[in-house]
Design a protein around this ligand. Structure first.
Ligand code: BES
Ligand code: ZN
Ligand code: ZN
Length: 498
């Protein structure tokens, strides 16, 4: 779908479909609807008086203008009650409208963005694009049949009345496109099978991003990781025939900018290893590199936005498979930090590979470390698939994430990191073990990670719930969601301009 911005009036713009939004109830008319109604001699209020459209949240109704007006059809989309309005509601309604247009088989639409409540055209345009793009995402590259049934919108035209509006809409559009593109990339990486998205593939993708967007990249292989002392990462990687990669992607706007480390879990397939997972649902474990995908997406967007920051993306990438050389329960690993870990379950591999990546991040003396990982099933039990579990050791940093969450619409919920739980991972033979109790599983996973960041401000985002969607949501079609990308980009944008 191409999006372009034009200076024109909705009232007189000839198009296949004119998209319109309305609160519940739609009468009395406001904004674009009111001026359109005036120009169209009461035609819209006429329809509305019939009661066919109520303005309910996500309601979509198509009306033909029968050649009476330049727009051949109008689509009314409900925003719900005015007092409940938020940017997230707007994104979701934009997504629903996009899906409706696509599924109706229409190829082109026009839409006039004007200020709504307290939001500017620029902010609304950005959110509209994000809603539209995220809602109409389809992963179809592996389909060979019934391709003709896959519908797609070809063109969206955003209208602004004057130069000022056009400029604001263009700006918002540009931002929205950069963010959507980053989310699409992350989704594609998650949706592709693990036979394609291997650690080598992730490294190649990172190289491609580095080249396209002007970043530094270094990729360590197994022998280099081993020589450095990444015993935990290498321990997990040894079970697989696929070469592991430790990816270091660095974006630097220049000297003197604050350093932030972004660490993403890059398990390209998690079978559980010797502590094998049940086979039911195991196919979803191709998505166990969602943290890595989010880090790549975030860095790509940050670079496109030219944020005044120094970002270090760290991705330990490997498969977690059982084999004659695989990690076994009872093995003890020496991590890069020097601390030793007894492996109780080889299925708690995320925290093992992340421990070395977190330690490695300290080399850069970052102002903050943010890790993203599909770390535990327990967080899915606790919070479901709408919410990211948020843990951390620094109140200011936690608040930055929470603020970005409110702005971006990616929900986070704060979880505790009480030291009492550390007792649960004390080991008889090593410094600690990689599993505690089933109860409080997500907290214990986070407590484990906290042992590798020292006093550096750190947050851990357990994205196991929202990373892979089974029941679709307005902005999230089934499958890989790109969880964390919008949240992190928003946080980094705030960071840049504060
Ligand atoms: N990748 C899984 C966590 C996961 C579960 C992600 C469901 C997405 C959906 C992780 O490596 C894992 O297996 N964790 C174990 C930890 C346990 C052995 C302490 C878990 O959650 O069961
Ligand atoms: Zn696992
Ligand atoms: Zn895993």
């Amino acid at each position: 779908m191409d999006i372009r911005v034009e200076k024109a009036m909705a009232e007189t713009y000839p198009c296949e479909l004119l998209l319109l939004f309305s609160f519940e109830p739609p009468l009395p008319l406001e904004g674009v609807l009111a001026s359109l109604d005036q120009e169209w001699k009461g035609w819209i209020s006429g329809i509305l008086k019939e009661g066919d459209f109520k303005g309910e949240r996500f309601e979509c109704k198509l009306f033909h203008t029968q050649g009476l007006f330049p727009a051949r059809r109008i689509l009314l989309t409900g925003l719900g009650k005015k007092e409940e309005f938020s940017l997230e509601r707007w994104r979701e309604a934009s997504s629903k409208a996009g899906q409706f247009i696509r599924d109706s088989g229409l190829k082109r639409f026009a839409f006039h963005i004007t200020k709504l409540e307290n939001y500017s055209e620029e902010v609304l345009a950005e959110a509209f694009i994000i809603g539209l793009r995220l809602g109409t995402y389809q992963f179809k590259e592996l389909k060979t049949q019934e391709l003709e049934k896959i519908k797609e919108i070809e063109e969206g035209i955003l209208l602004g009345r004057n130069d000022e509006e056009v400029l604001a809409i263009q700006k918002g559009c540009h931002l929205g496109e950069i963010i959507s593109k980053a989310v699409y990339m992350a989704r594609d990486l998650v949706n592709r099978p693990s036979s394609q998205v291997t650690p080598t593939f992730l490294a190649e993708k990172a190289r491609e991003i580095a080249q396209t967007y002007g970043m530094e990249i270094e990729v360590l292989d197994m022998s280099q990781a081993e020589a450095l002392g990444m015993g935990a990462f290498v321990g997990v990687a040894r079970g697989s025939q696929e070469p592991c990669k430790f990816i270091i992607l660095e974006y630097n706007k220049g000297k003197g900018f604050e350093t932030i480390a972004l660490v993403g879990k890059g398990i390209t397939f998690d079978s559980g290893g010797i502590s094998l997972k049940p086979s039911e649902g195991m196919e979803k474990m191709k998505g166990d590199m969602s943290g890595a995908a989010a880090v790549l997406g975030t860095l790509q967007a940050a670079s496109e936005l030219q944020l005044p920051l120094h970002l270090v993306g760290l991705i330990p990438a490997t498969e977690n498979l059982p084999s004659g050389r695989a990690l076994k329960p009872g093995d003890v690993l020496k991590t890069l930090s020097g601390q030793t870990v007894e492996v109780i379950s080889t299925d708690a591999e995320g925290r093992l590979i992340l421990s070395d990546a977190l330690t490695y991040s300290l080399r850069y003396q970052p102002r903050a470390i943010i890790d993203l990982a599909t770390l535990t099933g327990a967080i899915v039990i606790a919070l479901g698939d709408y919410v990211i579990g948020l843990f951390g050791n620094d109140e200011t940093l936690l608040q930055r994430v929470e603020k970005a969450s409110q702005q971006s619409g990616e929900k986070v919920w704060r979880m505790p990191l009480w030291e009492e739980y550390f007792d649960y991972i004390k080991s008889d033979v090593a410094d600690f073990k990689n599993v505690g109790t089933r109860a409080a599983g997500a907290i214990i996973g986070a407590i484990f990670l906290s042992k590798f960041v020292g006093k550096t401000p750190w947050v851990h985002l357990d994205i196991a719930g929202p990373a892979f969607i089974e029941k679709e949501k307005p902005l999230l079609p089934k499958g890989g969601s790109g969880a964390g990308v919008r949240l992190l980009i928003q946080m980094l944008r705030n960071w840049s301009y504060s």
